[in-house]
Every structure is written in C-alpha cells, then in structure tokens.
Design a protein around this ligand. Structure first.
Ligand SMILES: *Cc1c(COP(=O)(O)O)cnc(C)c1O
Length: 426
C-alpha cells in the first residue's frame, strides 16, 4: 500500500499529542497483544509514554535493559562506535567481536563464542551444534534427540518452538522438526526414564539436554540444586551435552554473572542474548572446546557480532564490573523478595508464593481465583508501575540491574496501591 507522507509525520510522536494505536495496527502485523500505551522516552528505571505519563519500569524490555534507559556508558559506547564503524560482515576480522568473545570466555566456563542477534538464534546455534557434535563424535547416531523441559521457553523459530515445551507455541505450525522430547522440570526420574525409553541404540538416542537454570517465561521457577547436580552426572555418564539457555537469567540478572553459578555445576554449552548488550540486539552461543564441532561454513550470521552490537555489549559488561552491579542485584533482589513476601502474606486470598534469584522474581497468584497476572499488570500500569506476566498466574519483576533501594520501595508501594484498588472495585 502506498502511504501518504502524513503517516510518517504522525508516527513522529513528538509532534502529535495523541499516538494513534488503530493506525499503528493498520500496518503493523498483529502478532502481539499490546497494552494501550506507547513509550516515548526513558531514563534510568523510568519511562514516559506519549501522553507524558511517567512509569517505574520493572520490565526493562523483558529482562533486557541491564543498565536501564539512556545509561551514559551505553550512550558513549554506541556513539563512538557508530562514528567509527558499525558493520562490515564476518568476511573480515572484527576487533570488537574478538574483545567481547575474550571477555565472555574469561568470565565463564566456556572456551569459544559464536555471535548472532537474538535468543532464538543463539538456541538454534546450540541445537545445530549438539547435532553436529553427535554426528561427528558419537557412534553413528542417525537421529539425535534433544530433551527439553515442559513449561520451558526457547524462542519462536521453528526449531526453538519445538524445543519449547509448551503446546500453545507450536499449535498451527506443523510439521515441526523432529528430534525433541520433553520432561517435567526439576524431576530427575523423568530424565532417567526418558533417556532409557528413547534409546534405540545407534539409530536414535538422547544426545543433548537443553534447559533453563531458572525458567523465566514459564513462571519464574528456579532450578533445584540437587536436580541439576544429578543432571550433570547423567550427562557425563551418557555422553549427553548439557545446554543451558541463559537468554533471560544470564548477564548478572540472577545476582551472579551466569545462572549456572547458582547451581554449582557447569553446562557444556550456554546461550545468552537479552541483557547482553543492554537492549541492542545481540545473541551468543558459548561452548567448551571439546564440543566446538562447527567448522568454517557450518554456521553464520550476517549481523552476528558486528562492531556496533559488540561495542554495546562490552560497555554493558565493563559497567557491570566497574560499578559492582552484581552486588546491587543481590541486595535489591533480597529487598524485593522480602517486600513481596510481606504482600503475599498480607493478601493470602490472592497470592501463593514469591520466588526467584537476584532481580528475576515472580509473585504467584492463587489458581482458585479468577484474577490473572494480566489483571495485575494492568492495575499496576494504571498506577505507574510496569510489570510483565510470566504465564497466566505469575507476576514477573525484572527491573534494570541498576534499580535503587528507593525505587524498589516505590515499586512495591505502587503495587500495593494497585492491589487495594483492584480489591475495592471487585
Ligand atoms: C526471551 C527468551 C528467548 C528468546 O529470545 P529472543 O531474543 O526473543 O529470540 C529464549 N530463551 C529464553 C529463556 C528467553 O527468555
């Protein structure tokens, strides 16, 4: 459709007091159910919509804006880099990509890094690597199987919706790629049984387990220590690669740099994306040397590891280090959980429990009431606090990692006001 130049003018919201959502929906494919606000500007943990209303942001672009909005270190890094060089292709060496890979290798259990642009792509790379490893190093496995967890979330490409153990993401997209099977999360017997049941000798067997150290989307469910210790041993005993999807929980969100550090074990492969460049698109798949089975030509990405995205990620990681942000994540996370537990205790007719690590926390609603996480998200938004659902019954708190003590107090106070209003209106 040919558009009048007026449409472009009207999308420049600084000139128009009213953002037109209907007009937006006329041309943007409706794959999201959006909340009816349009965000125009941000600073730190605050956002402002096109009507000038201020919000405290406990969503951070869904666990992505590590340093909040308009952070001076990120502004400086991307401004410098865009003036110098923003994209060249992996036909050539890219110094910033090398620096970022080195930082990641020096600060993780991994030895090698592949860069891409999103969480789903990082997981795709991991799935391909597991298969390549199986076909290269294991005895004639024709159909390698990757086990994943029920209620997991691994992305929206065909392979990653198949890896995702939730039917609602797969419905309508058959035929799905083969080679995936599912087990309940935190249930070691189910893993043992699945490995035994699926073993058809050299033809087909489990060669990888892909799992989140803490399930984010699936309801903010932390991994069980004992389960993961046993999972590591099962993988070692059966030559199974252990893949951690750290797309949401990695890069400091858990109070440690990586989610796996909370579980006392190391994965063979791990993926990162959301928080890695603080909101500039990037993805990374990291692995140990023994399973780095890709050869030149096996995998690639046009944008992957470009100088711009890598400079942004380096700025985020150096700021995390220099400003001791992990300490803040631990302290603010503890503060938030204490406050949320007080709320859960005060309203036992609404809430079941609070759980999480660092600054990824969930408040679970009772299953026997009509109230959903979306209802609470809307009520909080009305009062000026942005929260995200994690499934129909869990309210997710993933603020920028720089959130202050006062902002945590403020956020919880706003939530309480929203709850009181919901209760008095029902
Ligand atoms: C968000 C998310 C993904 C998908 O990331 P995209 O960048 O949206 O592709 C994958 N895994 C987990 C655990 C996530 O939270």
């Amino acid at each position: 459709m040919i558009q009048s130049p007026l449409i472009e003018d009207s999308l420049d919201t600084s000139n128009t007091p009213e953002f037109d959502g209907d007009r937006f929906d006329n041309s943007v494919m409706q794959t999201y159910s959006r909340f009816p606000i349009a965000i125009e500007r941000g600073e730190g943990c605050r956002l402002w919509d096109t009507k000038g209303k201020e919000y405290l942001d406990f969503v951070a672009g869904i666990a992505t804006c590590t340093l909040g909005h308009a952070h001076p270190a990120l502004i400086a890094a991307v401004s410098e880099q865009i003036k110098k060089l923003h994209h060249v292709s992996n036909l050539y060496y890219i110094p910033e990509q090398g620096q970022l890979a080195e930082w990641l290798v020096n600060h993780s259990c991994a030895d090698k890094v592949f860069f891409c642009n999103s969480g789903a792509e990082a997981n795709e790379a991991a799935i391909k690597l597991v298969r390549k490893y199986a076909h290269t190093f294991l005895d004639q496995v024709e159909k390698p199987i990757i086990l994943t967890a029920k209620d997991s979330f691994h992305g929206r490409t065909l392979a990653t919706i198949t890896a995702t153990g939730q039917e609602k993401y797969q419905k309508g997209f058959a035929p799905l790629p083969e080679g995936f099977a599912y087990v309940p999360y935190n249930d070691i017997t189910a893993v043992e049984n699945a490995i035994a049941d699926l073993d058809e000798g050299t033809l087909s067997r489990v060669v990888g387990i892909m799992i989140e150290p803490l399930q984010g989307e699936g309801g903010v469910r932390p991994g069980d220590l004992e389960y993961f210790l046993k999972l590591r041993k099962i993988c070692d005993d059966n030559k199974i690669l252990l893949v951690f999807d750290e797309v949401q929980v990695g890069i400091g969100r858990s109070g440690r740099l990586w989610g796996y550090e909370n579980l006392g074990i190391e994965p063979d492969i791990l993926t990162s994306a959301k928080g890695l460049a603080g909101g500039i698109p990037i993805g990374a798949m990291l692995c140990k040397d023994f399973c780095a089975a890709f050869e030149p030509g096996n995998h690639a990405s046009t944008f992957g590891g470009n100088p711009f995205a890598c400079a942004a990620a380096l700025a985020v990681l150096k700021t995390l280090e220099q400003e001791n942000i992990l300490q803040n994540v631990q302290a603010r996370g503890e503060q938030l959980r204490v406050r949320l537990r007080a709320i859960a205790k005060k309203y036992p007719s609404l809430f079941v429990e609070v759980r999480g690590w660092g600054l990824i926390n969930g408040l679970e609603l009772r299953s026997d009431i009509n109230l959903t996480s979306i209802d609470l998200v809307k009520a909080a938004m009305e009062e000026g606090l942005l929260l995200a659902p994690a499934g129909p019954k869990v309210l997710r708190f993933v603020p920028p990692l720089i959130v202050s003590q006062a902002e945590v107090e403020e956020g919880v106070a706003i939530l309480e006001t929203a709850i009181e209003k919901l209760l008095s209106n029902s």
